[in-house]
Write a protein that binds this ligand. Structure first.
Ligand code: 7TS
Length: 411
């Protein structure tokens, strides 16, 4: 049974009071809170198993390496990848997209090529491509969205051509919560011999993800948005693509051999096996252990239940927000087409004013552009306030949020 009241007991931070009110944390799209089980896993790692990985023969290093590899295996299972060879641990979504841009894009994109991004992308899925476009001379083409923030599939199908080498698209918008039809986008990409990169930062934490069923080439996500610590995330890529890709960062761990030839005074370098070929330097070992504990926690709840809970909360919140005379809600009306993210504005107030006002009631929301300025421009929004939910949020918290918004309207 999915019980948010029981789940709350696992999150020490939710016991905090802020400005004399019980904390209501509605900024989950930015980062989630962490359960006791994840905090304990981190503590236990440092208290019992801490050592560097894949370097030493001693017991502690063996234990740390085993845990770190198991974390890759569990992450692979979580998104139904074929094996841990397809899972590269990185700092998060941003680093993962940069890896694809520099490692795959730098070598495969030419002046006459095009990269498609949508107008709803987070800056992390725009800026790496624009930076690379300046170096390589290819074009970044923006695919339009509909007025309710959903993807315009016709625009995507019209924009794609023989020149398109990759479609870079978010699974779920971090502003409107829109869930994109990735299977359809992947089919469109592959029919044109293009690859597809999916930014899963807002989907992996909230709904079941099956990379094989979606048939995506690259999938990226951040642990900190799904109960794990900051500084750990993953890039999934199909093995056949990773095998052909050159590394992004060079250094320890990603190397099999650096054979120095004293006559030629040059080194012949070979890369380590997958996935280590893409994990240069000492990795975030403890972060991996924390991510494994977070995945275990979510799997115990069941991702279908997580999604259903958020859908119920979103439906309820949208219904109640419509009671507020001065509030405008953006994004699709149908809660089943969106995750638990609701952008809104209150007439006469800036989004920062709304967020500050709610902070007085102990309610944490985000305000501004949420690193998605092109989307705000397209929807003609100066900025937006954003409430985003997770497994520990409740209807009662939404009621308090609505009461506070009604107070803003009166002020
Ligand atoms: N892509 C999407 C869709 C995101 O929502 C975010 C972070 C990122 C990429 C970048 O993730 P990172 O872990 O590498 O930073 N989104 C947000 C947000 O909406 N508010 O703060 C961070």
């Amino acid at each position: 049974m999915f019980d948010p009241y029981k789940i709350r007991e696992d999150f020490p931070i939710l016991k905090r009071e802020i400005n004399g009110h019980q904390l209501i944390y509605f900024d989950n799209a930015a980062t989630s809170q962490k359960p006791r089980q994840v905090i304990e896993a981190i503590k236990e790692f440092y208290e019992k198993h801490n050592a560097n990985v894949h370097r030493a023969v001693h017991t502690l290093s063996q234990e740390a390496s085993e845990l770190y590899e198991k974390a890759h295996e569990e992450t692979a299972k979580f998104i139904n990848a074929n094996s841990m060879e397809e899972i590269i641990f990185l700092r998060g979504t941003t680093e993962a997209i940069n890896l694809v841009a520099y490692s795959w894009g730098l070598r495969n994109l030419k002046r006459e090529d095009e990269v498609l991004v949508t107008l709803m992308e987070h800056h992390s899925n725009i800026v790496p491509w624009e930076i690379l476009a300046k170096i390589k001379g290819f074009k970044v083409k923006y695919v339009d969205i509909n007025d309710d923030g959903t993807l315009n599939h016709d625009a995507l199908e019209n924009a794609i051509s023989k020149k398109t080498k990759i479609i870079c698209i978010t699974h779920v918008s971090n502003v409107t919560g829109t869930i994109n039809d990735i299977k359809r986008a992947a089919k469109t990409a592959h029919e044109h011999n293009a690859l597809i990169l999916v930014d899963g930062a807002q989907s992996a934490p909230h709904l079941p993800v099956d990379v094989k069923d979606l048939d995506v080439d690259f999938f990226t996500f951040s642990g900190h948005k799904m109960l794990a610590p900051t500084g750990i995330g993953a890039l999934y890529a199909k093995r056949e693509i990773l095998v052909k890709m050159e590394p992004f960062h060079g250094g320890g761990e990603m190397i099999k051999e650096v054979a120095f030839n004293p006559i030629k005074r040059a080194s012949v370098i070979s890369w380590n096996e997958l996935p280590w070929k893409f994990e240069a330097g000492t990795p975030n070992i403890c972060g991996g252990v924390g991510l494994m504990a977070a995945i275990k926690y979510l799997e115990t709840l069941g991702m279908e239940n997580v999604e259903a809970h958020e859908c119920r909360l979103t439906e309820y919140a949208i219904k109640r927000l419509h009671e507020c005379r001065k509030v405008t809600v953006y994004g699709p009306e149908n809660a089943s087409k969106r995750c638990g993210i609701i952008p809104f504005n209150v007439e006469g107030f800036s989004s920062h004013d709304i967020a500050l006002f709610l902070d007085n009631y102990g309610i944490m929301i985000r305000s501004g552009f949420h690193c998605a300025q092109p989307l705000h421009q397209r929807l003609k929004l100066p900025s937006s306030a954003r409430a985003s939910f997770y497994i520990y949020n409740t209807k009662e918290e939404i009621d308090k949020f609505i009461e506070a918004l009604k107070e803003i309207e009166k002020s």
